[in-house]
Design a binder for this molecule. Structure first.
Ligand SMILES: Cc1cc2nc3c(=O)[nH]c(=O)nc-3n(C[C@H](O)[C@H](O)[C@H](O)COP(=O)(O)O)c2cc1C
Length: 258
């Protein structure tokens, strides 16, 4: 019998947590606003795009739409008590909430976007597009500059930065509470890329891609149809499904483009 038990779809959203909530900051016409945002994700390496799902009624949304620049800030869990200003009340009804909360606002060096000086890391973004997806819109932005405290040494060391983690909130009629997790210590685990038996499969994939790349490059300027035909031949040689040729073509095209 499976250990999995059926979860009410009303509660299933909470399965997605814990996430590290960010603070999105924007400014227009001298007014700065910031909001907590847990629904965010990287969308692309190059260009470096991040998407944040923002409800259209957020005041911060309006400022992003108008100024087209904003920042995404990552705060340490020690600042947890300041988060209700950013996540539970709107700048629309509580002017200057960021300053009242005790945060300090600085500027990004590239776009002059407002950034949180108290953050552990901040990203400065330029609005790329807005995608309507449901009751939230996906705000897609390109990262134009990034800042982090010393703890980030090409990767987080997680000594001075203890990220905040969000578990979701309770609902009325109960008293509404937001639940966070604070981690004091982290256990680091390194897993080798494609270890053991998987290595053979991974290297096979690289071998195929290397072979295909040689052909792809040698056929620069030739029609897509001709290149696909050539690539399909190689796939057959490797006993691979030639109907996947278009996928390999795209992978190589993207690689060449990078
Ligand atoms: C931990 C946390 C995560 C949140 N994540 C989001 C989110 O991803 N998208 C969103 O639209 N609102 C999110 N909210 C709600 C907004 O932060 C909140 O409505 C905020 O008060 C909006 O402020 P504003 O109207 O000044 O922009 C979150 C709130 C909290 C506390």
């Amino acid at each position: 019998m499976s250990k999995l038990k059926r979860v009410d779809l009303d509660l299933a959203e909470r399965i997605l947590y814990p996430t590290v909530p960010t603070i999105v900051l924007a400014e227009y016409d001298g007014r700065v606003s910031g909001m907590m945002a847990a629904w965010w994700t990287q969308l692309s390496f190059k260009p470096f795009l991040i998407g944040v799902a923002v409800a259209p009624e957020r005041f911060t949304y309006k400022l992003i739409l108008k100024s087209r620049i904003y920042s995404i800030n990552f705060i340490d869990s020690s600042l947890i008590n300041k988060t209700p200003y950013l996540g539970d009340i709107s700048e629309r009804f509580y002017p200057n909430k960021i300053i009242v909360a005790g945060f300090n606002i600085g500027r990004g060096e590239v776009l002059r976007a407002p950034i949180l000086l108290d953050s552990s890391a901040s990203l400065e973004l330029e609005l790329s597009r807005i995608v309507e997806v449901g009751d939230h819109d996906l705000i897609v932005g390109e990262v134009r500059s990034a800042y982090a405290i010393e703890d980030f040494n090409g990767m987080w060391m997680l000594r001075d930065y203890k990220p905040l983690m969000y578990l979701g909130r309770t609902r009325r009629p109960d008293k509404v509470k937001r639940l966070y997790v604070k981690c004091r210590d982290f256990e680091f685990t390194e897993i080798e890329y494609a270890p053991g038996d998987l290595r053979e499969v991974a290297s096979m994939r690289f071998k195929i891609l290397d072979t295909l790349e040689g052909i792809f490059k040698s056929m620069a300027g030739r029609s897509r149809r001709k290149v696909l035909h050539e690539l399909a031949g190689v796939l057959k040689e490797y006993n691979l499904d030639p109907s996947d040729t278009a996928y390999y073509y795209e992978e190589l095209r993207r690689k060449a483009y990078l």
